[in-house]
Design a binder for this molecule. Structure first.
Ligand code: CA
Length: 256
């Protein structure tokens, strides 16, 4: 068994496939490729990849369906590669289970940055060296202060076990949704702007001044909408996710 993380590129366009393969290889992944959706699902089942890049327009089944099928057995970080920016809203709104979206043409360094941010996040309870910040993770440089457990209005989040329980029921969140929820719980009543949250997803400091596009902010809005739906939260009378119009989000007040 190799220690390298496994990456899977599902893409029918040869040039893009090779470009993404190169980016992932340089990031230290063992990379496999698939040129159709059905093949991609099969390879994902066999290799249990850590990260998957998924083309939306595949020759057999589309990327949404591929993502849904992969989500049935995998918690891989899925980056959907899509053709046009204006489709972004629809794409994310479809709740395909993807964690992130990049529109083509994208710059290799954009993809690199997102993969790097993903690698700094704990993957799951199944890998205790990553799930326990400050423990073995210190050796890999992936050090986070104890991010802890939160409890608010009937919702409990455990960072170490990556679980969210609402009124006793465990939620099935994507990594992105989990990170957004965690960021709000951590901030309490302090407002997090959309760009703050974009940076959080990239695992950057809040004040580094890196470029945040409108599509990035829009994507936070849509992920937040999906998260709200999963939690059964109401935008009008929020228990957890309060929208601060034109600015961002914060945690709703406590019920007691
Ligand atoms: Ca394609």
């Amino acid at each position: 068994m190799s220690d390298a993380r496994v990456g899977l590129v599902i893409e029918d366009d040869h040039d893009i496939r090779e470009l993404v393969r190169t980016v992932l290889s340089q990031a230290g992944f063992d990379v496999s490729v698939a040129s159709s959706g059905a093949e991609g699902v099969l390879v994902a089942k066999t290799l249990n990849p850590d990260v998957i890049t998924l083309d939306l327009g595949l020759p057999d089944i589309d990327g949404f369906e591929v993502s849904r099928q992969i989500r049935e057995f995998s918690d891989a970080y899925i980056v959907m590669l899509t053709a046009r920016t204006e489709e972004l809203d629809t794409l994310i709104g479809l709740e395909s289970g993807a964690d992130d979206y990049l529109t083509k043409p994208f710059r290799p360094r954009e993809l690199r940055a997102r993969i790097a941010a993903m690698m700094r996040r704990p993957r799951s309870v199944a890998d205790p060296s990553e799930a326990m910040p400050g423990d073995a993770a210190a050796d890999s440089g992936a050090v986070h202060p104890e991010r802890g457990n939160f409890s608010h209005n009937g919702l409990e989040l455990s960072y170490a076990s990556r679980t969210v329980v609402v009124d006793g029921k465990e939620m099935n969140l994507t990594r992105t949704e989990f990170e957004l929820l965690h960021a709000l719980l951590e901030a309490g009543r302090t407002v997090r702007t959309k760009s703050d949250l974009v940076r959080r997803l990239r695992d950057e400091d809040y004040d580094v001044g890196s470029y945040i596009s409108e599509a990035d902010e829009r994507s936070v809005e849509v992920h937040m909408g999906n998260l709200r739906k999963k939690l059964g939260d109401s935008p009008q009378k929020p228990r957890w996710l309060q929208t601060v119009r034109g600015v961002g989000y914060r945690l709703a007040p406590g019920e007691h």
